[in-house]
Design a protein. Structure first.
Length: 541
């Protein structure tokens, strides 16, 4: 005989899960009891939302699904923001929640919540398990759904009696058979041929790469295609890292907070190849103008995204890696006209700006650029949300590493727990967090997780005693009427907080100091917290 909880553990082991992030409670206790006899390592986070963010950072760093666990009621509802964040960023997550006894569901008993109903807009699929015998099939389907097509979170809600019930034997399915779910990956050959023809006749083509390029593992193939054809590349925020920043063809991030050269290239292009990008309002403020000026080729695994924001001339539904391979095979000896290549290269130099300094403060944009030079090639930078995110997106120079942030939902407090997940996924890589003093205070409890697990995660806080992005918005659009954005009297001494967890720290008031402390931080094999005093008047771009 085998219990449902033991089956849950065996399912995770069968899927090759090595680590999960969670927070226990009564309704998930049978699972936690069975977990003691498993090879699966459990990481105790300090709040359930952070278990999902940690699973996200893990998944994005190893290209496999992240797993998170919580109990029923408030444990489950605390996960919703993290699940929504993973959904918007297309991250494969398996979220497991405990639930009250099956016969009590719907009676508003202690810590009951309809979590499958609450998460319906934010998951690829969800399950409320009603029979212990269904657990193997459901887990197999959940992992398959989360990782195929457009990746995303899948929720499995399991009542405590389903976990405790016993059945005679455990058999894990070899494959998932789901009627009606057959992601199309190959791309339509005729559409790909049309795209090649359009590119070959283009004078000013541009590739716009989104997060789908990284998710699909098509990064190197896209770089090869760009280098072969000479087509310049811009990226969305989620696509940062598709090419090394110093590559001569890479023009930077486009959008309202992006690089001027990237925006100008998109504005002047006659053909735009959208690769795994939904092109939201932050990337393109006026989609109609874009499609009116340029011919659009849109490649995406999710047919719902094609044409949703930008009118498309040639839609191609398929896996980016497969489609890029086919484009590369068919493109032949095409190379962009030299005039266009020379023009974009000239723009890249002409539109470069050196940020002004503020006396007695760290200038964050130039410091982040310098930090990227100091870090090893395969380092992982995790940026939070706000001005710090834009400073990192535009100034951190990716080499062979990764840039992780939440570009879809824009969830403050993401960076520290995501970095924890990334560090567990890549223990031998340098993992650095950059966040604001506002976003850090949303997840600083995870310093406990860092300390408990002896993770040498490095955290840089850009402290300006403001909710910087909102303040900047109020300054530019609301005549400087500042409301609810001042942290001055409420901001704690972050160094004392770090000291409470036995984490070394430092405070910098100039770029020289910041670079000196950053060097110490990088050389250390322990966690480190560096607070950089930043002027509130430093803009995002």
């Amino acid at each position: 005989m085998i219990s449902g909880a033991e089956i849950m553990v065996k399912c995770l082991e069968a899927e090759g899960v090595e680590i999960i992030f969670g927070y226990p409670g009564a309704a998930i206790c049978p699972f936690y009891d069975a977990l003691l006899n498993s090879s699966v390592k459990h990481i105790l986070v300090r709040q359930e939302q952070n278990s999902v963010h940690s699973a996200s950072g893990y998944a994005r760093s190893v290209s496999k699904p992240g797993v998170c666990v919580a109990t029923s009621g408030p444990g489950a509802t605390n996960m919703i923001t993290g699940i929504a964040t993973a959904y918007m960023d297309s991250i494969p997550i398996i979220a497991i929640t405990g639930q009250v006894r099956s016969d009590l569901i719907g009676r508003d008993v202690f810590q009951e919540a309809d979590i499958t109903g609450a998460c319906e807009p934010f998951v690829k699929h969800s399950y409320l398990v009603k029979k212990t015998e269904d657990l193997p099939r459901i887990f197999k389907e959940a992992f398959y759904i989360a990782t195929t097509g457009r990746p995303g979170p899948v929720l499995i809600d399991i009542p405590i009696d389903i976990q405790s019930n016993q059945i005679e034997a455990f058999v894990y399915p070899e494959k998932a058979e789901i009627v009606g779910y057959k992601p199309h990956t190959a791309g339509h050959n005729r559409q790909i041929e049309k795209a090649v023809e359009l590119i070959r006749n283009a004078s000013r083509p541009v590739i716009c790469a989104g997060g789908g390029v990284l998710t699909s593992g098509a990064k190197l193939k896209l770089v090869d295609f760009a280098m072969k054809t000479g087509i310049p590349v811009v990226s969305t925020m989620m696509g940062i890292g598709v090419m090394p920043t110093e590559n001569k063809l890479y023009l930077g991030m486009l959008g309202s907070h992006g690089k001027r050269v990237a925006n100008r290239a998109i504005h002047e292009a006659d053909v735009i190849l959208l690769c795994g990008a939904r092109v939201g309002d932050r990337a393109v403020a006026s989609p109609d103008q874009l499609s009116a000026r340029s011919k659009i080729i849109h490649i995406d695994i999710d047919p719902a995204e094609i044409g949703k924001n930008v009118a498309t001339d040639i839609p191609i539904v398929g896996d980016m890696k497969i489609v890029i391979e086919k484009l590369d095979d068919l493109i032949g000896d095409y190379h962009v006209p030299h005039l266009w290549a020379d023009t974009t290269e000239r723009w890249k130099k002409e539109l470069f700006r050196i940020p002004p300094q503020f006396e007695g403060c760290v200038e964050p944009r130039s410091f982040i650029a310098r930090l990227s030079e100091m870090l090893p090639n395969k380092s992982i930078l995790v940026a939070d949300v706000g001005q710090n995110q834009i400073w990192c997106a535009n100034n951190f120079r990716i080499k062979e590493g990764r840039f992780l942030t939440t570009g879809g939902m824009g969830t403050m407090g993401y960076s520290v727990p995501a970095a924890i997940g990334a560090k567990f996924a890549r223990p031998n890589r340098e993992v650095v967090v950059v966040c604001g003093d506002g976003s850090f205070q949303m997840s600083m409890n995870e310093l406990g997780t860092i300390a408990q697990n002896h993770l040498n995660v490095k955290i840089i806080i850009m402290r300006n005693d403001r909710l910087g992005m909102v303040r900047e918005l109020q300054k530019n659009l609301y005549h400087g009427n500042y409301s609810g954005v001042f942290l001055d009297e409420q901001t704690p001494d972050f160094m004392k907080i770090a000291d409470a967890y036995n984490i070394p720290s430092a405070y910098a008031t100039s770029n020289e100091e910041a670079e000196q402390y950053a060097q110490q931080m990088i050389q250390s094999d322990k966690p480190f917290l560096l607070v950089c005093h930043v002027s509130p008047d430093t803009p995002s771009i």
